[in-house]
Design a protein around this ligand. Sequence first.
Ligand code: SF4
Ligand code: SF4
Length: 227
Amino acid sequence: MKVIPIEFKNGKGYDIKISNPEAAVQDYLNALNRAVEEYDLVRLWDSRKKCLGCDKCCRERIPLTLADVSILAEHLLPREKAEKDKALAEVIRRYCRIFVYGDIVDIHLRLTENGACPFLNEEEGMCRIYPYRPLVCQTFICCPMTKKAEQLREAVVNRGEDDLVRWWMKYAYENSIAVWFDEGDNPQIDLEDFEFESDPFIFISGYSKVKIRDVVSPNLWKLLSDK
Ligand code: SF4
Ligand code: SF4
C-alpha cells in the first residue's frame, strides 16, 4: 500500500496505490500517517505546517464507524470490557448524535456548544484522543488528492458507518428497547436495508482485519490496484 506524493496546481497532495490484494484498512491508515510525517503535504485550510494547533477540521461533522466506536469503548470505558455491547451503546449515548430522517440514519460525534468535537482541547487546538481518533480524522488531510484516493476514503467511511447503524438497530432489537435518536422526522428504518452480502466490519476492535477489497466497489479496487 503506497501513498504517492503528487504536485497539484494548488500544492503537494497524494495518490494511493495498492499492490497487496490482502491490504487492510489499517495498512491504509499506517501509510497515510507515515505520509503526513514524511511528505510536506500542503494544508489548504490553514497555513500552519503539520496541522499543529489548527482545529478547523475538528469542527465538522465527524461520522463514526463500528470499529471507531469499539476502539473508543476500549479506551474510554475499559471497566466495561466484559460487556462490550453495553460499552458500545454507552459510547453512542454519551458522545454521539443520531439523526433519523425517513430511512436515512446518521451517527456522528456530538459537538460541544462551541461547535467543536468533544475530544478537542480547544485551548491548544489539539486532539485529546489522537492515537485512537476516528477513521474519518485519520484519513483527512486538507491537501489535494486524486479522485480515486478520495473515493477510497469515502467508501471506507461510508461502509463503516453503515455497519455502525446496523449494529445500533440490532442492539435495540435484541435488547427489546426502542431505537433511540436525537433528532428525526418520519423514521422508516428497517434492518434489512442494512444487510449486505459481505461483512467487512464484523464486530472487531480495530482495522487490521477489514480488507479494503471487501469495502470498495470492484471498479474502484481495479483503479487502486492497477499497475
Ligand atoms: S488537516 Fe485539519 S488540522 Fe490539519 S491543517 Fe487541515 S484543517 Fe487544520
Ligand atoms: S477526534 Fe480528535 S482529530 Fe477527530 S475531530 Fe475530534 S479532536 Fe479532531
